[in-house]
Write a protein that binds this ligand. Structure first.
Ligand SMILES: [Fe+2]
Length: 500
């Protein structure tokens, strides 16, 4: 199949090969003159109507170029018989000023200068550099990515087309379009499937929500949780003003996106709902309807949601632990589904009323291994379990335990750091506040796999790898431990946990 590499797309090429047989392994390579690429392997999905006995796959997230090491990718690439792998976000990070610790990675110099990607040239440089890593190349060469959902962290720092670095939340449409374009150029996606249109001048010139069938056993439903979302519900500028901080140049993430009193979130959500004429959402109205319609129509045994941000409830009740005004219930991560609670409740109650069973989400974003029951309403005493959220830690990014300590330093919640002195103390503290958690390890890196998905069971494994050695080198035998979670088909109610 002849392909033209052209400068308009940074000399990237993509081939959509059609007419392939179902459930078949194919080998491929690219030839340009005397240059011949390494051989790639892919496997087509079984036909949507075929009753297959088993599906196996893995998912991974958050590969910061400059953090820890990427050895987990080598472990994942060595897994045999995976039908596919899924990336759930932070395929690149848009910043280059993190401490460079990954032993084999040189510092990235952005063409535009500075430490944050802004231009198309910057984003292309990031993707080109990340995709130059031999371990990531091996993952791509060994497995099909159903459709790679990897979105850069720019999509966390750019909600729709507004930046979130400062309280001003400046609109940056050109930057968003540059991020969209470089993603579409450098990841193995078909521009018809993802509806990428450079001629569309809008920031949302790309559509990536999509679904895949693996026989009658697994229906993978993938959503975009950055592009179509409303701004975070609690305004940074309003919080800054209330605290006497700079509402333009300051950065009041704590209090607006993280660690938000529940009463404050409720008030802002009510205000947003009145202004928007609907509840603020992550998926946006069109994608929400698609999600509902797709799941309702699904006849697959397992409905697997490729979800980008945490569905599990993560609250902390500080009423007996700290003085006023912080002696209240806090919602820890309002960038995740907890921050859009009416929207979350709408989706989860839909799952309940439609009788959608055997429903699990595969998730990332928090930099933690975490599994838990999600209910139609957040109260464990009264809510009905509707799904299990399975979250993998990042390949290399700084774990949640480290992030939360730095977030709390130097603000009114700094006394909390003594309550979360170690990662196991942190985990136990969160579990007491959120009894629906089934498993947590918020001080880890690695990846997750679903090694046995059958008509009766969904078995997921959290593969935790060791951090860097004290001398800064990567561990020779990186695997630390594997934790297995077994979920029975039907109405989800929990998971059996053991070590393997
Ligand atoms: Fe991340």
């Amino acid at each position: 199949m002849p392909l033209n590499a052209v400068p308009d797309y940074d000399f990237t090429v993509r081939a959509k090969v059609t007419g392939l047989a179902a459930k078949t392994t194919y080998y491929y390579r690219f030839v340009a003159g005397s240059d011949i690429s390494a051989m790639g392997t892919t496997r087509t999905a079984p036909a949507a109507t075929e009753a297959v006995p088993q599906v196996r796959f893995a998912w991974f997230i958050c590969q910061n170029w400059s953090a820890n090491h990427w050895q987990a990718m080598t472990l994942m690439a060595g897994e045999t018989d995976l039908d596919f792998v899924v990336h759930l976000g932070d395929y690149i990070y848009e910043t280059t000023d993190d401490d460079t610790t990954e032993p084999t990675h040189p510092a990235i110099l952005l063409p535009g200068g500075g430490t944050v990607a802004n231009t198309l040239h910057d984003y292309r440089t990031l993707y080109r550099t990340y995709r130059g890593d031999a371990r990531l190349q091996t993952v791509h060469a060994h497995f099909p990515m159903g459709r790679d959902l990897g979105r850069s962290r720019i999509l966390r720092r750019l909600l729709a087309d507004h930046q979130t670095y400062t309280n001003a939340n400046l609109q940056q449409t050109a930057r968003r379009r540059a991020a969209n374009q470089a993603w579409a150029e450098y990841l193995p996606v078909d521009w018809g499937d993802v509806s990428f249109d450079l001629n569309n001048a809008a920031y949302d010139n790309i559509r990536i929500c999509h679904d895949f069938h693996f026989g009658t056993l697994v229906h993978l439903v993938m959503t975009d949780e950055r592009l179509h979302r409303d701004d975070n519900v609690v305004s940074e500028a309003a919080i800054a003003q209330a605290l006497g901080h700079d509402p333009v140049n300051g950065n009041d993430l704590v209090g607006s996106r993280y660690f938000v009193p529940q009463s404050v979130l409720s008030q802002f959500e009510a205000d947003d709902t009145q202004r928007l004429g609907r509840v603020p959402s992550i998926l946006g109205p069109t994608q929400t309807q698609w999600w509902k319609d797709t799941l309702k129509a699904s006849t697959a045994t397992w409905k697997v949601w490729g979800n980008e941000v945490m569905m599990n409830r993560l609250w902390l009740d500080l009423s007996a632990l700290v003085p006023a005004p912080n002696n209240t219930i806090f919602v820890i991560d309002c960038d995740a589904w907890d921050g859009y609670r009416s929207h979350k409740a709408d989706l989860m109650s839909y799952v309940k009323t439609q009788g959608i069973t055997s429903f699990v989400a595969i998730t990332g974003d928090l930099h933690a291994f975490q599994a838990g029951i999600v209910r139609d309403t957040p109260d464990p005493a009264t809510g009905t379990p509707v799904m299990i959220d399975l979250m993998s830690a990042g390949i290399s990014s700084q774990p949640f335990f480290e992030e939360i300590k730095s977030q709390l330093a130097g603000n009114s919640l700094s006394s909390l750091t003594s309550l979360i002195s170690t990662s196991s103390v942190l985990d136990a503290f969160f579990e007491r506040n959120n009894p629906d958690m089934l498993y947590t390890d918020r001080d880890g890196i690695g990846y997750a796999s679903a090694t046995v998905v059958t008509p009766t069971q969904f078995i997921a494994i959290f593969n935790k790898v060791k951090f860097l050695n004290p001398d800064g080198s990567a561990p020779q035998a990186p695997l630390d431990k594997c934790t297995r979670l077994t979920i029975n088909a039907g109405a989800v109610s929990g998971a059996v946990q053991d070590n393997v």
